[in-house]
Design a protein around this ligand. Structure first.
Ligand SMILES: Cc1cc2nc3c(=O)[nH]c(=O)nc-3n(C[C@H](O)[C@H](O)[C@H](O)COP(=O)(O)OP(=O)(O)OC[C@H]3O[C@@H](n4cnc5c(N)ncnc54)[C@H](O)[C@@H]3O)c2cc1C
Length: 438
C-alpha cells in the first residue's frame, strides 16, 4: 500500500492485487463486543518510520509511548518501567558498575549503527554477520554482567521474534537502534493500526485495489510483465499486463509464485537462506478485578517482557463500560513457534499461557474469562541468521530490479513496517528513474 501511495504521488498509474478479503497484511486490529480492540499484528510504529508521514498527511490520531524499553522480568523479578526515560529505568535495574559497562557497550553499538548508515560496508563490519548477536554481546571485552546481558536479550528478542543465538550480530546491532542511547519513541493509532490501511485505501481509490486476488505467476517479457492471478472466491483467473511489477509478497510466500523466467540462482539463494522469527498473538479477557496485578506495579507499567510462555504482555483497549479488561500477548521465539505449529491442542496452548501468568502473578489465572488466539505462518517475520545480513551482497541483490520486476516488503530491507515503507520509497524511486531513462 505504501508503494501504491508513492506511485500515486509520482503520478504513475497502478493496480494493487491483494490475495485476502481485507487490506493491511500483518497490520490487523481485532474488535470485540462492547467495543474492545487489540492489535493482532503490528503493535508500534517507531520514530522515523516513513508511515508516520502518511498518517500525519491523513490526519489520523496517534498516541505515543514513553520510550523504547519496557518493564522486564529478570531472574523472576519484575522491573517495572515507571520512570520517564530509558536511562532512569536502567538506573533502577542495574548497579552503578553494571550501568557503566552497559553504557559503553550501547555506545559501541551506536557507533556501528552510524557506520551502517554509510554504505559500502568495510570488511571488519561485514564480518560481524558471521557471529551471533549473543556471541557479540557476551564477549569478555564488554564486561557486561549476566544481568545486563539478560536485559539486552529480553528487550531485543521480541523485535526479531527469535533467539539472539539465531540472528547475526550485524542484524542484532541494527535492531538495537530502537533502544540505543535515549531510545526511540513509539506510536500507535488511536482506533487501532488497521485504520491506517482503511484510510490509505480511501485515499488511493478503492477501484485501484482488487481484493481476493491471489497472484500465482509472474512472467517477465522484454517490454512488459504479465501477472496471473486467481480470484479466491470464484477461482476465476485473470491476466494483468503492466510496464513494471512490484512484488511485495512476504518472504515466506515467495516460494508459492511461479516466476518465468525462473529467478536467478543467486536471487533464489538470497530468498532460501534468509532466516525468520515467529509470532503468535493471544487476546486474553480478564475480569476487571485483575487490574490490581499490573496496577500494583505503578501507573502504565504494561507492556511487560516476561521472557516466558506469555511473551510480551500489552494492554488492549477496553472501555470502562466493558465487563472485561483486554490483554494482548505477543508471543515470540520457541513458544511462538510451538503454538503456531498446530501439533498441540488449543487447550494445551491455553494451559501454558495460564501457567505463564501464574508464574508472573500467582492467583491471576482465575480472573481469565476467555482467550482468542491468532496464529501466524512460522516465518511470520524475516530475519538474518548467522552468515547472512541485510547488509550483504545477497540482500543488495534483492533490492536490485530483475528487468521490470521489483521486490519490496519488509524483508528486503529489515524486519519491520518501517523497512516495508522504506522499500516502497526505494522501488518507486527505481521505477521513476527507469522511466526517465526511457
Ligand atoms: C504479531 C506481529 C507483530 C508485529 N509488530 C510490529 C511492530 O510493533 N512494529 C513494526 O514496525 N512491525 C511489526 N511487525 C512487522 C510488520 O507487521 C511487518 O513488517 C509489515 O506488516 C510488513 O509489511 P509488508 O507489506 O511487507 O507485508 P504484509 O503486511 O505481510 O503484507 C503483504 C500482503 O501481501 C498479500 N499477499 C501475500 N501473498 C500474495 C499473493 N500471492 N497475491 C496477492 N497478495 C498476496 C498478503 O495477504 C498481505 O496483505 C509485526 C508483525 C507481526 C506478525
Amino acid at each position: 500500500m505504501a508503494t501504491a501511495w508513492h506511485l500515486q504521488k509520482a503520478g504513475i498509474e497502478f493496480q494493487l492485487l491483494e490475495m485476502s478479503p481485507r487490506l493491511g497484511g500483518r497490520m490487523r486490529t481485532a474488535s470485540y463486543p462492547d467495543s474492545g480492540t487489540a492489535e493482532i499484528g503490528l503493535e508500534e510504529f517507531w520514530e522515523g518510520n516513513p508511515l508516520l508521514e502518511i498518517m500525519r498527511e491523513l490526519k489520523l490520531p496517534l498516541e505515543k509511548s514513553a520510550s523504547s524499553f519496557s518493564s522486564v522480568v529478570l531472574d523472576g523479578r519484575i522491573h517495572a518501567f515507571t520512570q520517564e526515560t530509558n536511562t532512569d529505568f536502567l538506573r533502577s535495574v542495574l548497579s552503578g558498575d553494571e550501568l557503566r559497562s552497559f553504557q559503553a557497550w550501547d555506545a559501541e553499538a551506536g557507533r556501528i549503527q552510524e557506520r551502517l548508515r554509510k554504505p559500502p560496508l568495510p570488511a571488519d563490519l561485514l564480518s560481524l554477520k558471521d557471529q551471533s548477536f549473543e556471541a557479540w554481546v557476551t564477549q569478555k571485552k564488554f564486561g557486561l554482567s549476566k544481568k545486563a546481558q539478560q536485559f539486552i536479550r529480553q528487550q531485543s528478542e521480541p523485535e526479531y521474534g527469535t533467539s539472539w543465538t539465531r540472528i547475526s550480530a550485524l542484524d542484532g546491532i541494527a535492531e538495537w537502534r530502537i533502544f540505543q542511547g535515549k531510545g526511540m519513541q513509539s506510536f500507535h493509532l488511536v482506533r487501532g493500526n488497521q485504520t491506517l490501511a482503511e484510510a490509505m485505501a480511501e485515499h488511493l481509490g478503492r477501484s485501484r485495489i482488487l481484493l481476493n486476488t491471489q497472484v500465482t505467476n509472474i512472467q517477465s517479457r522484454s517490454d512488459h510483465v504479465e501477472v496471473i492471478a486467481t480470484n479466491t472466491a470464484t477461482s476465476e483467473q485473470k491476466i494483468f499486463r503492466a510496464e513494471h511489477v512490484v512484488s511485495t509478497i512476504p518472504l515466506f510466500r515467495l516460494n508459492e509464485i511461479q516466476f518465468s523466467p525462473e529467478l536467478s540462482t543467486r536471487r533464489q539463494e538470497a530468498i532460501q537462506t534468509q532466516g525468520w522469527g515467529s509470532y503468535f498473538t493471544a487476546h486474553v479477557f480478564v475480569d476487571r478485578a485483575a487490574e490490581r496485578f499490573w496496577n500494583a506495579l505503578g501507573p502504565e507499567t504494561l507492556p511487560i517482557l516476561t521472557g516466558s510462555s506469555i511473551g510480551v504482555v500489552y494492554e488492549g483497549y477496553s472501555p470502562q463500560t466493558a465487563g472485561y479488561r483486554l490483554l494482548n500477548l505477543l508471543i515470540t521465539g520457541d513458544f511462538g513457534e510451538a503454538f503456531n505449529a498446530r501439533t498441540i491442542s488449543f487447550d494445551a496452548v491455553g494451559g501454558q499461557i495460564r501457567a505463564g501468568f501464574e508464574k508472573l502473578w500467582p492467583g491471576f489465572s482465575k480472573h481469565i474469562q476467555r482467550m482468542t488466539f491468532y496464529r501466524y505462518h512460522p516465518r511470520a517475520i524475516a530475519g538474518w541468521p548467522v552468515g547472512r545480513s541485510r547488509f550483504d551482497t545477497l540482500s543488495e541483490l534483492m533490492r536490485t530490479p530483475e528487468g521490470r520486476l521489483y521486490f519490496a516488503g519488509d524483508f528486503t530491507e529489515g524486519t519491520h513496517s518501517d523497512d516495508a515503507a522504506r522499500s516502497a520509497l526505494r522501488v518507486v524511486g527505481q521505477i521513476v528513474e527507469s522511466r526517465k531513462k526511457r
